[in-house]
Design a protein around this ligand. Structure first.
Ligand code: SAM
Length: 290
């Protein structure tokens, strides 16, 4: 982090306004405090590029006005800011081994043990982006329920802080090209192909919508739900967070899981040195210890 901040106002270049030192410093602190995202000096160009579109959408000519908006009304702009600077990249059945583990190991065990009238099964997709992760989880869950003939009360909670991501998740409509990770059988079973003006698009089956509840949630804020969850998928989200934020988040996840409950992280994420409440039991699969 640069210690010296250039107090000169940012000037507009040919390609649009330039993100000056003072504004970058403000944005960096804002994003760190409210989203846990740590921006290095190297991210300055990226932030400038990503926020340019947002400035245009708001009809603003300089970053100082945008910072002013954040100071005045931080809550209303937070989601837009976070989604502009973080990536929403996702896909159906990304890191497929997690879905295999769910289908082959966890669901048969859970469905075998959860047989009482008041038993529930709850999975949380935390940082669900545009919905591919929770809908893929719903496919696996729906198939397991059907196979076992279980009528268990089972649901997937899907949360994110990005308004655009949540809107796409709620729509549940995807270009056919985005269904690459979905087997031909599952495409037939779980998607409705559009025609006419919807040609080239596929819409998720109503059964999947029924299993998935989509809600806005900043992981750094208060959580309205009490849990417990049987499993939490928080994959490719904490990659942006600094170590203290990760440590705190993992401890909050532990509080939402029963002993033996599972936490799934993304392929490049690890809990190493950040929590002793979990043990590693598979590739980025963690189990809450007794
Ligand atoms: C790269 S996507 C990962 C999507 C999916 N979990 C996957 O692995 O494919 C990261 C998501 O985390 C969300 N995110 C980042 N910081 C967040 C926070 N503080 N609270 C909630 N969601 C956050 C972003 O909006 C984005 O949609």
């Amino acid at each position: 982090m640069s210690a010296v901040i250039d107090p000169r106002p940012a000037v507009a270049g040919a390609a649009g306004p330039i993100l000056g030192d003072a504004e970058f410093q403000f944005l960096r602190e804002f994003v760190h405090q409210r989203c846990g995202i740590a921006l290095s000096d190297q991210k300055r160009q990226l932030v400038q590029g990503r926020l340019l579109r947002r400035l245009r959408a708001l009809g603003m000519k300089e970053f100082a006005s945008y910072c002013e908006l954040l100071r005045r009304d931080p809550a209303s702009e937070l989601g837009e800011l976070a989604s502009a600077i973080s990536t929403n990249v996702t896909s159906f059945f990304r890191e497929a081994h997690h879905y295999d583990y769910l289908a082959d190991e966890l669901l048969p065990r859970w469905l075998e043990h959860k047989r009482r009238q008041d038993d529930r099964l709850r999975i949380w997709s935390a940082g669900c982006s545009s919905g591919e992760e929770p809908y893929a989880l719903a496919m696996v869950l729906a198939e397991a329920l059907e196979r076992s003939g279980s009528t268990l009360d089972a649901k997937i909670l899907a949360t994110d802080l990005s308004p655009q991501a949540l809107e796409a998740a709620a729509k549940g409509v995807y270009p056919l090209g985005r269904l690459d990770g979905v087997s031909a059988e599952r495409r037939r079973r779980w998607f409705l192909r559009g025609d006419g003006e919807f040609d080239g698009l596929a819409c998720v089956h109503p059964r999947l919508r029924e299993l998935v509840t989509i809600a806005p949630l900043n992981l750094l804020h208060e959580w309205p739900m009490r849990g417990p969850f049987d499993a939490i998928f928080c994959r490719n989200v904490v990659i942006y967070f600094d170590q203290p934020t990760k440590r705190k988040l993992f401890s909050r996840y532990a509080a939402m899981l029963p002993v033996g409950g599972l936490l799934f992280l993304g392929h490049s994420e690890s809990m190493h040195g950040l929590s002793d409440e979990f043990e590693l039991i598979g590739r980025t699969i963690y189990r809450k210890r007794a």
